[in-house]
Design a protein around this ligand. Structure first.
Ligand code: ZN
Length: 241
């Protein structure tokens, strides 16, 4: 009789322990942060599409005034990595990403994203593969949104936004994954450009804004589509740490 009572208590304790373990592991499953506020802007004289090209030359002429400063410190600039998003700092992320497009992404936007994917795959630092992936794997969703600039925002148009979304499970079955997004503002067709897609995908992969106008992560679009040494160093700091 004593032996049966002991066995019953053992079963009760086993159930309690398993329930506790289950609660522990599931409650720690959380998104650490959503950072989708990063955007790339474009200076414009007006919102009319034809204004965007003249705006680009304005931005270029503005940059040339400070180019002597930039060249004098260029040796330092090449060794300074492009900053990385705060929520990916200190995280160990796999370098493979599974990506998919939302159904309403038009062909022009899809093409820009596809070109951007090739830019990052060419580095060999990350590997972007078409597919859905598991919850424990890194994923990127490509999408579009519509945002019309208000009078108060006159002078700039927002071309897109993107960012990492770190999912971390601790305890039993621990993993860290990035379920990122990159999106283009479909209200302005100027958004459907390779340079904008490269910038937003850069955010999705964990790169933050750079002060360097040569960087694809400069916050105002400079039509840059090639990663600088600093951009590559930033990527390496996330994926080869
Ligand atoms: Zn940005």
């Amino acid at each position: 009789m004593k032996a049966i009572k002991g066995l019953l208590w053992a079963i009760v304790w086993a159930v309690v322990l398993l329930a506790g373990l289950y609660i522990f592991t599931t409650s720690d499953f959380k998104a650490l942060s959503d950072k989708l506020t990063n955007e790339v802007a474009q200076w414009t004289a007006g919102v009319a599409p034809e204004a965007t090209s003249s705006a680009a030359s304005q931005a270029n002429s503005a940059s040339s005034t400070s180019s002597s400063v930039a060249t004098s410190s260029s040796s330092a600039a090449t060794t300074t990595a492009t900053p990385i998003e705060p929520n990916v700092q200190g995280k160990t992320l796999a370098n493979t990403y599974y990506y998919q497009f939302d159904d309403d992404v038009p062909a022009a936007a899809r093409q820009a994203f596809t070109q951007a994917i090739a830019v990052y795959n060419q580095t060999g630092i990350v590997k972007l593969v078409a597919g859905t992936g598991d919850s424990e794997e890194n994923k990127i969703t490509f999408s579009i949104y519509h945002k019309t600039m208000t009078a108060a925002e006159r002078g700039t148009i927002e071309l897109g936004h993107g960012g990492p979304n770190i999912i971390q499970r601790i305890g039993w079955g621990a993993y860290t994954a990035n379920h990122a997004s990159a999106s283009l503002n479909a209200t302005y067709t100027a958004s459907f450009r390779k340079s904008v897609a490269v910038h937003e995908l850069g955010h999705a992969l964990g790169l933050d804004h750079s002060d360097s106008q040569d960087s694809v992560m400069y916050p105002v679009d400079q039509d840059k589509t090639s990663l600088t040494a600093a951009d590559i160093a930033g990527l390496k700091s996330i994926y080869e740490n």
